[in-house]
Design a protein around this ligand. Sequence first.
Ligand code: BTN
Length: 270
Amino acid sequence: MKINHSLFNIPIINSVIEFDCTDSTNLKAKEFAKRGSVHGTLFVAHEQTKGRGRMDRHFISPKDDGIYMSVLLRPPIELSKMANITLVTALAISRAIRDICHLSPQIKWPNDILINGKKIAGILTESGKDYVIIGTGINVHNQKFDSDIKNTATSINLETGTHIDSFQLLYCILENFNSLYYEFINEPDLSFMQKEYNSLLVNMEQEIFIIPHHLSQNNSNPYTISTEGLPSHICKGIDSNGNLLCMNSDEKIISVNSGEVSLRGIHGYI
Ligand code: BTN
């Protein structure tokens, strides 16, 4: 992927730092944030040796196969409200994959993007005292995956059979992110994107298990988490605060927060 200066046409991008190979763009962004890097710094790597996902899972990042990037923001709003930036990013990625790759992505709340039920992209949002880092990994050219994830992971190449231009996709994601971000910081909540987000939810109106984080930690594959003893719920979509609404067997609606739980479909990953 050739990164070029057109990125500076996107208002939110103020600086670009490119790595041929690094441990993790989120780790690099964190180091730079602590040393005072500016709002709107984009970190892009062609390869990562320690790509990370939620719950300390590994995000495989082979050379030139994917888009591995992190955006450092210093938002003018409360950091607690920024938890929802993951949902904003998921929508930006979904729109870009739809427009550039002509695929129909779906979102597995809160941070996975799926095509045909398999994960194509993930988001890892991390924050410090005065910054937020939004890391995005997208499987673009991967031809195959290791046996432990091959049933749950896919790539744009595998789904379309074509070689798309990764930079064009990266650019389109950042353009969409830019416009959604400004709406997000100016609006009181997520009402402005709630309907579109819910229309993309892969579990909408489906039966799901809500998995507390302590059960999913140390588990590299979401398929292998035991759901024994957990009640199932029907997924009703996000509310205007980005929490997921779930209906239990008594038709009572509970609201769950992405900082605390993950989802799993009753038949497996979705
Ligand atoms: C997940 O699947 O849980 C999130 C995956 C996020 C991966 C991206 S790749 C760029 C950035 N650097 C990292 O180490 N992680 C994110």
